[in-house]
Design a protein around this ligand. Sequence first.
Ligand code: PLP
Length: 507
Amino acid sequence: MPCPFLGSLNQAFVRNYGSSLMKQYGNYCPMISRGFRTLGQDETKCPFIQQNSIISEAPKEMTEDIVETVRPYKYEKFFNEQISAKKRDYSYRIFRKVSRLAAEGMYPKALEGQENRRVTVWCANDYLGASRHPVVQDAAISAIKSYGTGAGGTRNIAGNSQMTEKLEGEIAKLHNKPAALIFSSCFVANDATLSTLARILPDCIVYSDAGNHASMIQGIRNSRATKHIFKHNDPNHLRELLSKSPDGVPKLVVFETVHSMSGAICPLEEMCNIAHEYGALTFVDEVHAVGLYGKRGAGIGEERGVQHLIDIVSGTLGKAYGNVGGYIAGSSLLIDTIRSLAPGFIFTTALPPPVLAGSLAAIRLLASEEGRSLRSKHQAIVRYFKLSLLVAGLPQLPSVSHIVPVPIEGADKVALVAESLMKRGHYVQAINYPTVARGEERLRFAPGPYHTPEMVDSLVAALIESFHENNISFDQFMINGACRECSLEYKVDMMRDEPFKFPMQAA
Ligand code: PLP
């Protein structure tokens, strides 16, 4: 006869917590409490069982049998299989122990490994060294002293600090938009904005560039809106897809200006114009362009004088601005809508005071004359590096920006070359799947204004040795002076004299 009291509880729960249940709930049960009173027996055992000799405890084999049926899923085994698969295809990631140095004269050096060996860093996205600039550091330190290290909660709960509003005002001004909104990162900004917008706009259709960053892909996926993918930076394909779209339906066209892994720059004006021709809103990620292009560092939109064609711009505070966090800027109503409806904005702790103050200082710094001078030094060293690779006969993908990818096919090979470079005092991270497609592995270099020509010479010499050491031939990526993959010619008049031209951009 099942116990009418305990019978209503989940069996596994009763099995696991039986003795404490007896103690805790026994007094409520007429059977058990009477049993306790009359028998005065062990309170952890059911008095019904104690009284009836015909009812004995289940034999051990039966208990084992029962335990067997609820044996938990083998979580650790599953995780082990996942990791083993990553190791087998060489896409398992090992983070290097690298501490970048920020003291005067140290940047872009870092301490590496257990022995704290000094190496030169070539892959940081702190592109202009803003993270170690004294003005940015001082702003962050003084904000900590005045307001502490943490925000104290979500903006709804902890309130909007004056610095938050100042920073959003500065970002809006930078992008010539009425309003801006900051998030904990640009991954979150892209995901939260796209997932919310494409979800709430009725029957929204999203047109997404094939090369889009994971944050945008995630946002679009999360919205569950209908999605069409157009070929990377291909306005013709975008037009072809849009021309089939229904009238009067909301549409979003989503792409990046500077591509994070190839360094390609999109035909921004053309893509925005096509989007608007078909009544779509443009969502443009300027993550690898803000701080680096344009008179005030507002990005490719500013450099090409087409900021007004971007309806929603997203950017990061974590790369050229040397802090952490992300943002969007756009119309006041759009920003208010995302502020009011996006869970990724609402339900998370606000950016802390040192980050707000540091970011504000960095944006102002890079919009100033000093920022322009850093940008021109940046472009000069990138040009010198591209030229040096060309002269050495080393491969490089034809990038028109500050990102210089050196292709080395095979996750194992690219890791070996990165290791050889590290031995020679140069740190660059090997890029493999899922950041790029399999077969498109590369070293991604991002020289900055504090790298000297001597550092570049030393890196190129180390690259030559590392290619030889790992039996990688130099010319496998070039056919008649052009890229094997995309047929673009290798040229180094890639850098810019004002006004900037894009000689490498595919027509
Ligand atoms: N968008 C692009 C194109 C990126 O490359 C990245 C990060 O690398 C992000 C968005 C996300 O930015 P954050 O690092 O601020 O999250």
